[in-house]
Design a protein around this ligand. Structure first.
Ligand SMILES: C[S@@+](CC[C@H](N)C(=O)[O-])C[C@H]1O[C@@H](n2cnc3c(N)ncnc32)[C@H](O)[C@@H]1O
Length: 300
């Protein structure tokens, strides 16, 4: 088991390997389980992985080079520990007050991990299938001396110990990449200790439908709310395929995994505003994000 030099208390995901969990399908080729000290698991290029997922991984590896090119800017932003929006801080306040061990699924550039530690988290383990993103986040965490570590793995099927997280945090463009939300929710439930929390702050499922017209909001003629997927044409592009799920499907997946929903709200603000774009769809009339806080039910 590897310990972080800065860690006062080791993240519970960093224990010895355990048998495979009760929930969450493990993609073929991934190890049964890894110790939290190991920082690399499957890389998504193994035989049998969905070809769309492999294409998405290639697209994300390329797009994540942005985190390397803009490393210094992102480091400066991380130092401010301000990437969590007020809504997140409000909803997460009571959870973060208990100094939780956090697992961040699809951790991306990892700015939120530094902010979570700044807001009270004991430690964070980020999981993402992009080696480029994880390497940049790992380097930043070391430079800032925060207890954030990164595992490269394809999701669902996080190769972490069962019950190792007090809080699973995710969102900001995460769910739309997942081929199977039921398996994702099973993974979340498996990772959480009894009464542990799931927090999602995410793009509203209507977002893929809005145009970026600045004069007035319009619905894209090539997309539908009940479509199953579409090709991404913004970021990361490169032929990446986004999956769609309705809000009801997200809620159903969470409930079916044995979590109780404590909070669910829809909001007009998007979680992401690309530079130079001021879409009319973001001016308050339409849903652009949602927040969900849930807790793993404890069985009597
Ligand atoms: C829009 S980014 C959001 C990440 C993070 N929430 C943030 O704000 O930086 C989506 C992330 O999901 C990762 N990703 C996409 N599909 C994945 C999968 N099936 N398994 C693991 N990671 C995945 C990508 O590499 C990318 O870093």
């Amino acid at each position: 088991m590897t310990r972080l030099p800065s860690a006062k208390r080791v993240h519970p995901c960093a224990g010895p390997p355990v048998p495979s969990g009760t929930g969450g399908a493990r993609p073929p080729g991934l190890p049964q389980a890894i110790s939290g000290g190991q920082e690399r698991a499957g890389t998504g290029t193994v035989a049998g992985v969905n070809p769309e997922t492999s294409r998405n991984k290639r697209a994300w590896e390329s797009a994540s080079e942005k985190h390397v090119r803009e490393y210094d800017d992102l480091l400066a932003q991380a130092r401010n520990r301000s990437s969590l929006v007020p809504l997140e801080l409000d909803l997460l306040g009571p959870v973060l007050a208990s100094s939780p061990a956090v697992v961040h699924l699809q951790s991306g550039h990892g700015l939120d991990d530094v902010a979570l530690v700044g807001a009270g988290a004991r430690s964070v383990v980020g999981v993402d299938f992009s080696e480029v993103a994880a390497a940049a986040a790992r380097r930043r965490a070391r430079e800032l001396g925060v207890d954030c570590r990164y595992v490269v793995a394809e999701l669902p099927g996080a190769p972490l110990r069962d019950g190792c997280a007090d809080l699973v945090y995710t969102g900001k463009g995460a769910l739309i990449w997942l081929p199977d939300l039921t398996a994702w929710a099973g993974d979340v439930a498996r990772l959480l200790r009894p009464s542990g929390h799931l927090f999602v702050y995410e793009a509203h499922p209507m977002v893929p439908l809005w145009t970026w017209d600045e004069d007035e909001p319009r619905v894209r003629p090539d997309r539908g709310y009940f479509d199953r997927d579409h090709v991404n044409d913004t970021f990361p592009a490169n032929g990446a395929v986004e999956r769609q799920a309705t809000l009801a499907e997200v809620v159903t997946a969470v409930l079916s995994a044995g979590l109780e929903i404590l909070h669910l709200s829809e909001h007009p603000e998007p979680f992401w505003r690309p530079d130079g774009v001021d879409a009319a769809a973001w001016r308050g009339r339409l849903p652009n994000s949602f927040a969900l806080l849930a807790r793993l039910e404890t069985r009597a």
